[in-house]
Design a binder for this molecule. Sequence first.
Ligand code: PMP
Length: 382
Amino acid sequence: MVSKMTIYLDSAATTCPSEACVSAMTAMLRIQYGNPSSLHRFGLDAQLLAEQARKQIAAALGCEASAVMFTSGATESNHLAVLGAAHAYGRRKRRVVTTTVEHASVRGAFDLLEAEGYEVVRIAPDQDGRLTADAIAAAVDEQTCLVSMMLVNNETGHILPVQQAFAAVKREHPDVITHCDAVQGFLKIPFTPEKLHADLLTVSGHKVHACKGIGALYHKKGIRLIGLMKGGEQEGGLRPGTESVPLIVGFGAAVSELRANLASRAETVSGLRAECIRQLSELDGVTINSPADGSPYILSFSVKGLRSETMLHFLSDREIYVSSGSACSKGKQSGVLEQFRIKPDLADSTLRVSFCAENTAVEIAALCAALRDAQEKLVHKR
Ligand code: PMP
């Protein structure tokens, strides 16, 4: 349990499970612990509850419930989408296209394809740090079977032109499968897989106030996939293994609750981000790395003369929790900031602050005061 004094500004890394999630999960763990594959009534009850959660996720994605597949999280969804779609094409088409700014779980899946002999084309942002739809579309040819592009970058909040890119790809090459890692956009910026022209789309529970270890893959009807594992018939045989009904039901409950307050939450968060930028601009040597038209939920900035890790620990000692970049890279630089044309010395001094609607202006003020303190104590001392 975090103490009252704790200031948690790392929601892109993970969020606090909501009350709705915790109470739905508790009931599942204590009372409805049946196996949804069991043929008796107790199993059927668990299955019905899981199906209700599937409908809740589908409603948030604006799709049919049958298109939602549960997985252990976005890392698995990304692997299933990228490897599963490429493998489904067999040996016919062996070229795949992605970007250089994807999350490690997408980059890793493409590295696996490369090791299998696929030609992997990785499109980088241009001189202005922008990834254009044209650059993606131009990389796709007759030999291409898959294009994968994230919606919101987890380190900077850049919103990528997925809709335009996928529309252009589908216009010229309707058979190419499109996949989007929408983890940092889900319930944060408006989209549906259909509007994005995405055949496959990844979301994660723990970024939207559900638990870790649960995610989903939107899987458009008719798109062939080869599963990563063989086993039972769960999730249409594509994702065998007994479903974690508590996690699934908690995911559904969290998503349902968030959906009800989407607009007001986005407004709160936009206000917090604007206030954070205003207060940071009063400090010396601060550069904002996130674009003005980026996600309201993520703010990346650099403080001249202070290294990311030094600041992170200074803040952590004051129970202010932020990230030095992508939480998944655990201090190891992913190179994504440089891909977005952030200069290497600034990249070394970067912090990522990410918000949720429960954050307050008082917390933002405390963060900025602590950073001022860090500058006084650490920069001028050297
Ligand atoms: N994609 C993106 C864009 C992410 O931010 C994350 C989490 N950092 C993931 C994928 C991986 O999500 P999970 O922890 O559910 O595997």
